[in-house]
Design a binder for this molecule. Structure first.
Ligand code: ZN
Length: 302
């Protein structure tokens, strides 16, 4: 079985890229069929104002609930997640999310994400939310970014002091890293600007991503989007070594955001190529494309 751990539906265009094709539920299922993918985690988007672009507001399923309902139409293919903004619910570090989480469980949600609030990872409201996700056995997919205007996602700096702080304060919450702010730090020389982009070049000294993946059993990462693919391919020899060392921590995903061919992502073919080349074993391939996802989806009953 192959699980795409990072998918979306909806209109994720900005006014600057209106030539792109929004992605419907049917487009998503057709892509899964075409690429031989059995199931997909559907991440409702956006829960946070930081992730809203104007076309998003005008789409047929503009909110978390309507996107979950779309996913419910395909119970054999779609693994549902809820989504939350840490600032909802009274804007304190003591907000109780159980009322909402009960509803998510009733709807069949098995996790939370992707989190797009533009707050530091260790903002007390973020820590409060993540600790409760752990209590409810919800893995949390995050979008990570650096410091800058017009961004969405949890904020970090080179060396990941804020993610470290969150991991220490929410040790029972499975956190699935994703986004430029996370993946740029596969290399020790990541600059503040790199955390907003896709830095190239060989990895001479490993970054804080590797250290945190080793030190924290609750930290995982999905290899989706340009950020994940760039991190794994900027230094091809190192990328294969990384897959092997962290074979128990990585989840295949795409983060396909559009219904056009331009929006397809190369991760699955690349993993198949690594398998065919002998860079990874069938067992490693199976862990990354399926078994690690099943491991973190404690609430999902298939
Ligand atoms: Zn995404």
């Amino acid at each position: 079985m192959i699980i795409d751990a990072h998918t979306h539906i909806g209109d994720l265009r900005s006014p600057a890229n209106m030539h792109r094709k929004p992605i419907t539920m049917e487009d998503l299922i057709a892509r899964l069929d075409d690429e031989g993918i059995d199931k997909a985690i559907l991440l409702p988007w956006p829960a946070s104002p930081d992730g809203v672009q104007f076309p998003t507001l005008l789409q047929p399923q503009p909110d978390i609930l309507s996107q979950i309902r779309e996913g419910q139409r395909y119970p054999d293919r779609i693994i549902l997640f809820g989504n939350v903004d840490p600032r909802w619910g009274g804007n304190t570090a003591g907000t109780d999310f159980s009322w909402l989480f009960e509803r998510f469980v009733e709807m069949g949600c098995a996790g939370i994400g992707e989190i797009g609030a533009n707050l530091p990872y260790d903002d007390p409201r973020v820590v409060n939310l993540f600790r409760q996700c752990g209590d409810w056995e919800f893995p949390v997919t995050i979008h990570a970014t650096g410091v800058g205007e017009g961004q969405y996602g949890l904020i970090d700096e080179p060396g990941s002091p804020h993610l470290l702080n969150l991991l220490q304060q929410a040790p029972n919450t499975i956190i699935i890293g994703h986004g430029p702010g996370f993946w740029a730090q596969i290399s020790a020389d990541a600059t503040p600007a790199d955390l907003l982009s896709y830095p190239k070049g060989p990895i001479r000294d490993e970054g804080v991503v590797q250290k945190l993946l080793r030190d924290f059993p609750n930290l995982y990462a999905d290899i989706s989007a340009h950020s994940g693919f760039n991190a794994l391919t900027r230094d091809p020899d190192y990328g294969a070594r990384f897959l092997n060392e962290f074979q128990d921590k990585l989840l295949f995903g795409t983060d396909v955001c559009f219904g056009d061919d331009e929006g397809r992502m190369p991760q699955l073919n690349w993993l198949k190529e690594r398998l065919a080349a002998g860079d990874i074993s069938p067992e490693v391939y199976d862990k990354i494309t399926c078994r690690n996802a099943l491991k973190v989806l404690k609430r999902w009953r298939g």
